[in-house]
Design a protein around this ligand. Sequence first.
Ligand code: AMP
Ligand code: ZN
Length: 475
Amino acid sequence: MALRLHDSLTRTSRELRRPDPADPQDVFTFYNCGPTVYAAAHIGNFRTFVINDVLRRLLELEFGAAKVKHVRNLTDVDDRTIGQAKKEQRPLAEITQKWTAKFHADCDALNCLRPHVEPTATGHIKEQVNMIEVLMAKGNAYRGADGSVYFKLQSFPDYGALSRIKDRELKITDASADSDHKDSVSDFALWKAYKPEEDGDVKWPGPKGAGEGRPGWHIECSAMIKKHLGDTIDLHTGGVDLLFPHHENEIAQSNCCNGVTFARHWYHSEHLLVDGTSMSKSKGNFYTLSDLVEKGYSAAAVRYALLAGHPRKQLNFTLDSLHAAESALKSLNDLYENLRHVTFADYADSPSDRFQPVFSALREDLNTPTALGALFSIRADIERTMKGQPGKQITKGDLIALEKVLFAFGFVLEKTPVPKLAATQNITTLAEQRWAAKQAKDFAPADKLRADLTAAGWSMLDRKDGYSLEPLKNN
Ligand code: AMP
Ligand code: ZN
């Protein structure tokens, strides 16, 4: 079954695939807009990053870990970061480094895989300036009276395709409407001219024909994607608030600069709410991960709670949902422990299909709540069988499949060591004799020795270079 995901551009569920699986060089390219590092990210932000982490994990399961390239940026220069540096009277880099470190620590606590590349806006000024110069040369951008550079919206007739903004309220306004050095109010800044009173010492030399200043927010992603993933990427994601204008503007910039489709697939996840309104810094209605850990909740429970609702539906956050998450994780832990302590009669080294309904739900538009529902009903089946009630036999493949499920969700469960039965001298001697007989191709005595071992409760697992001894179930 294919991995399918809602595409915000076509508003349909579409299969995610590598463009050319026959090409060994070809990787699936995935870009997720990252955080603005001026304060601790709240758990609303982390809802988006955790959902994207599950997506990354599913892509790895689908295409192989080496065939997925995941890039997520750090916005380390914009109004908010500059504003915070000014407020604290500290250098911009000191502020952004501090909050980048906190972001990384929280991501690690939430068990999010690190992206393969995590580029910063300040580390890519040259790339952004180059892109702006191309856009100016092509007539898609112009220098405003204030020395800033603006994207000329009218130069890109497809503007609005992602957000259907034209159908809604945006009218491409005429030049006379300008009050801000732009030809048209809907034109947006690619380069912001230096304003000493606002920007302090934050400035770089601008594109040819423009003054000193700093890049606008949208160009950052376009330039970093071009550099690290190429002109066309397979998947671009972010929270729903980024759809307009951020992603619409990214499409305009990249399309006009590169002349090719920017992203093959767009995915936007919905917000985390508190009391019916979106969790946000500006509203002050937010929890950070540290707030919740201080209250005694685990980061694992926060991760679970953030995945408990459908990613494309708003999710109301409550402390009760964390209580529920803690107990759900406890049940999963019990299941995992029980399975790990079974001595299996089989030696599967690949997953069974027992957890297929979980993967089916995840693969159909990342339906995490349905997947969790399926996981708990399978858990109930397994527990019944373990209590001796009739049911599908439990195999080593089930344990392997459960571990795959845990990887997909990014749940890390505690493990107590499984005590291993030590083979007696007598058993090891039998095994040695059997191995020697097998090497000498004396198959009849080898078979007889294997039968003796089985009767004694041991199984011998042959490999090319040797063997291992495993106790049989009930031994
Ligand atoms: P920011 O640090 O503000 O640039 O946001 C980082 C990411 O968090 C973006 O993808 C936003 O769309 C996302 N985001 C912001 N607020 C929320 C929220 N309440 N729930 C879920 N995601 C959010
Ligand atoms: Zn972006």
